[in-house]
Design a protein around this ligand. Structure first.
Ligand code: IPM
Ligand code: MN
Length: 340
């Protein structure tokens, strides 16, 4: 990682543009990274729904093995019309998250609101979403499928190990910020998994006495996201609640076109993956219409994780300065680069 890393080499990044607007926004993200004077060694992989439709390939194990030697994966978006639900989601995205053990999904948000004097104040908070368990684990199945008596179950897998490591990451993050951590769950109904989360939350919390804690049921958290997001600093929650809450987070902080995410293996024993929260938006693909900011900010999260916090911060500030602008994909990217 040249001047930025520990091993004296440029970071190796596997680039998966994916489907729809994915390749466009990722190309713009790479353009901004280059303009911030960070050199990456990139390798492009042609994967996604379009590839599956062309030759049935989703994510070969050989590619996954190659990726283990990379520092990061930079992904645009995956999903194409005509691909049955689950094929790409489970076969590519979730396979990456699970096989590479990317157990933290870190999604930062910035909201703005006028204060008492009418001056615009901005507030940032971050959702730490558990990324390898819960209802995403794939536990469940059908009985008597297709008959009037069919049964479908979809369980939620919560291991002590998985819950605890995610919560521990969230406490450490809170400690590096404003020392405030909120657990979001639904302990009043999900009395088994909620109990495990709550106990883990308090037990790990005992080793972080300086972090003030709070708890919200997920439905209440939805109201607070809209009406009072200022109450949050770091939020930790399970996989499905985190999925839903972070779309809402995007919606209340300038739109999903700005929402970035990092799928992290915090031990650095393999590559982490960086992607915008938004999807492939096939309806506007190829028209230079997609907002590239979420992908650019995901690139900044990648640089930060790769040990280049200074260019990451410059990119973030440039994006902040451009977040209200309108224009084409390339215009917005040019505007960000001009602010670097
Ligand atoms: C996300 C996406 C994915 C998820 C889908 C595409 C499987 O919505 O990254 O938030 O549910 O995690
Ligand atoms: Mn989602």
């Amino acid at each position: 990682m040249s001047e930025h890393g520990s091993d004296g080499q440029r970071p190796r990044v596997a680039v998966v543009g994916g489907d729809g607007i994915g390749p466009e926004v990722v190309a713009e993200g790479l353009r901004v990274i280059a303009a911030a004077d960070v050199e990456l060694e990139t390798e492009h992989y042609d994967l996604g729904g379009h590839r599956y439709l062309a030759d049935g390939t989703v994510l070969p194990d050989s590619v996954l093995e190659e990726w283990r030697d990379f520092d990061a994966i930079y992904l645009g978006a995956v999903g194409a019309p005509g691909v049955p639900p689950g094929v790409i989601e489970r076969g590519l995205l979730l396979k990456m998250r699970f096989e590479l053990d990317l157990f933290v999904n870190r999604r930062p948000f910035k909201v703005t609101a006028p204060d008492d004097q009418g001056t615009t104040q901005s507030h940032d908070f971050v959702v730490i979403r558990e990324n390898t368990e819960g209802t995403y684990a794939g536990e469940g199945g059908f009985l008597r499928k297709g008959t009037p008596h069919e049964i479908a179950t979809q369980g939620s897998v919560n291991t002590r190990f998985g819950v605890e490591r995610c919560i521990r990451y969230a406490y450490e993050l809170a400690e590096s910020r404003r020392n405030h951590l909120t657990l979001v769950h639904k302990t009043n109904v999900l009395t088994f998994s909620g109990d495990l989360w709550e106990r883990s939350f308090h037990e790990v919390g005992a080793t972080h006495p300086e972090v003030e804690t709070a708890y919200n049921h997920v439905d209440a958290a939805c109201i607070y996201f809209v009406q009072d997001p200022q109450r949050y600093d770091v939020i930790v929650t399970d996989n499905l609640f985190g999925d839903i809450l972070t779309d809402l987070g995007g919606a209340v902080s300038g739109g999903i076109g700005l929402a970035a995410s990092a799928n992290l293996n915090p031990s650095y024993s393999g590559p982490s993956m960086f992607e915008p929260v938004h999807g492939s938006a096939p309806d506007i693909a190829g028209q230079n219409k997609a907002n590239p900011i979420a992908a650019i900010l995901s690139g900044a999260l990648m640089l930060e994780f790769l040990g280049a916090p200074e260019p990451a911060r410059r990119i973030e500030q440039a994006c902040d300065a451009c977040s209200d602008l309108e224009g084409s994909t390339s215009d917005l990217t040019d505007a960000v680069i001009a602010k670097l």
